[in-house]
Design a protein around this ligand. Structure first.
Ligand code: COA
Length: 423
């Protein structure tokens, strides 16, 4: 019924009308719309890594989706992935499966390009889960008093980073990217944003002998004459010294800054965030002991579901990850995936792991079979959830089940994937 194809040039005005109604954050005048169309068209030329697919009913645009190419660190390997964004459907055609059909065509299109993984913001987790996306790591939001951050012995290497430091900053991020599961490679625009020096992007670095080994990018939100919030956009460190000096710098702002808001997917970072217990807002304002019927706790932060991942091609992802070591485990595994949304990915993949090294072995024999849907498998291979938990939650089965520990160790990762900051 629908035709899904790249958005035609003459349909950009219709696209903007649908988009503005779908994301009603602004109500542009006709002149503003015309100006924005120019910008979007130019963006298409400047950013060939973005692609818009339109969904047409009788030649009329009724919905669209944006596909964005990224390079992601997946486990120990750099992989091309496609991010999905801006799904919007004409208000007159809601609940007519426009989004569903557009997404299905989009995912098929990405898979046909030889890309095995997609990711998106978990705007409506149930909706995207039905389309095969599994949860990423939760985002932890901390509101911290600067004085509760650890104050180290020095901040001697802290400096403002400017355009002159571009190469050192890029090198610093590359080192971080090379060792951090889940991150995206930065493009020129991303680096420009960090160094542009506008009110949203102050970048303070740790620089020693010309080498940058960490930075924090933030903006200050002045709530009133006495309340200033420092919102961290990016926090990157490659060494304990860089982390210590950056935290010491943030600590030193306590006379001016009322609270620091830090979003992170590092679920262990709280070990260092509250060096002066009781001095953070989280602990004093609403965090004192809540005695419920089970156990007392101190509220430390808010958290939420943030991003989701989807494997598009199960054999393909093992082929792409052939240099990754899966927990030094040895086992002959049959992975049976249920993928109703992308039936070409439905079915069994046999992988023989020899001391952690995966070998795709179609039609070979195997010792153990695991069965799960594509959403759960996507979270499993990204190291967001363990196999043992999936089994206990009833989201995966295994036969014979005396291999649960081996399969759990196979997919264990050192850290959960970090969603790129600043995006
Ligand atoms: C969110 C939005 C894109 C949905 O568009 P839509 O065309 O109405 O959605 P669809 O008709 O394709 O989805 C309808 C149903 O198909 C279901 N569906 C999706 N995948 C499915 C699958 N694999 N199997 C079965 N059902 C599925 C959905 O759950 C939904 O069910 P519901 O009606 O019970 O919720 C649309 O409302 C919109 O434009 N909203 C504003 C913009 C926005 O929020 N975009 C998303 C953020 S980027």
């Amino acid at each position: 019924m629908y035709t899904i194809k790249p958005l035609a040039d003459e349909d950009w005005a219709d696209w903007l009308d649908i988009d503005v109604e779908a994301f009603p954050a602004w109500y542009p005048s006709p002149e503003e719309k015309a100006a924005h169309l120019k910008i979007y068209k130019q963006e298409q030329i400047d950013n060939p890594q973005r692609e818009y697919l339109g969904c047409y009913l009788d030649e009329k645009l009724v919905g669209s989706v944006r596909l964005i190419d990224f390079t992601m660190r997946v486990l120990s390997v750099k992989l091309p992935v496609v991010g999905i964004g801006g799904i919007s459907v004409d208000m007159l055609h809601r609940k007519e499966h426009v989004a569903k059909e557009t997404m299905a065509a989009g995912l098929r299109h990405i898979r046909d390009r030889g890309i095995h993984l997609s990711t998106l913001y978990a705007f409506r987790p149930d909706f995207y889960r039905k389309m095969g996306y599994g949860f990423g790591a939760k985002l932890e939001k901390y509101r911290i008093k600067p004085s509760s951050l650890p104050r180290g012995e020095s901040k001697a290497h802290i400096c403002r980073l400017t355009a002159k430091d571009r190469a050192a900053l890029v090198a610093c991020y590359h080192r971080y990217f090379d060792t951090t599961h889940g991150l995206f490679e930065k493009n020129d625009n991303d680096v420009d944003a960090l160094l542009c020096g506008d009110m949203y992007n102050t970048t303070i670095g740790y620089k020693k002998e010309g080498r940058v080994d960490g930075y924090v990018t933030y903006y200050i939100n002045r709530k009133d004459d006495f309340q200033e919030q420092l919102l961290v956009r990016e926090f990157v460190y490659n060494t304990p010294d860089a982390l210590s000096e950056l935290l010491t710098f943030l600590n030193s702002l306590s006379d001016q800054v009322h609270e620091i808001v830090l979003n992170t997917q590092d679920d262990q970072l709280y070990h260092i965030l509250f060096s002066a217990p009781g001095s953070s807002d989280s602990f004093t304002k609403d965090g004192y002991f809540h005695l419920n019927s089970y156990r007392p706790y101190l509220r430390s932060n808010e958290a939420g579901v943030c991003c989701m991942y989807r494997v598009l091609n199960t054999p393909g992802i093992f082929k792409a990850l052939k240099s990754h070591n899966f927990g030094h485990q040895t086992c002959r595994l049959n992975i049976t995936i249920e993928d109703a949304f992308l039936p070409e990915n439905n079915g069994s993949t046999i992988v023989h792991f020899e001391n952690g090294v995966p070998h795709l072995s179609p039609n070979a024999s195997y010792d153990v079979t695991i069965s799960l849907d594509i959403a759960s498998f996507s979270s499993l291979i990204m190291g967001v959830v363990t196999f043992k938990n999936l089994y206990n939650y009833g989201l995966a089965t295994i036969s014979p089940n005396d291999h649960i520990d081996t399969i759990t160790r196979l997919f264990l990762t050192d850290t959960k994937p970090l969603w790129p900051q600043g995006h």
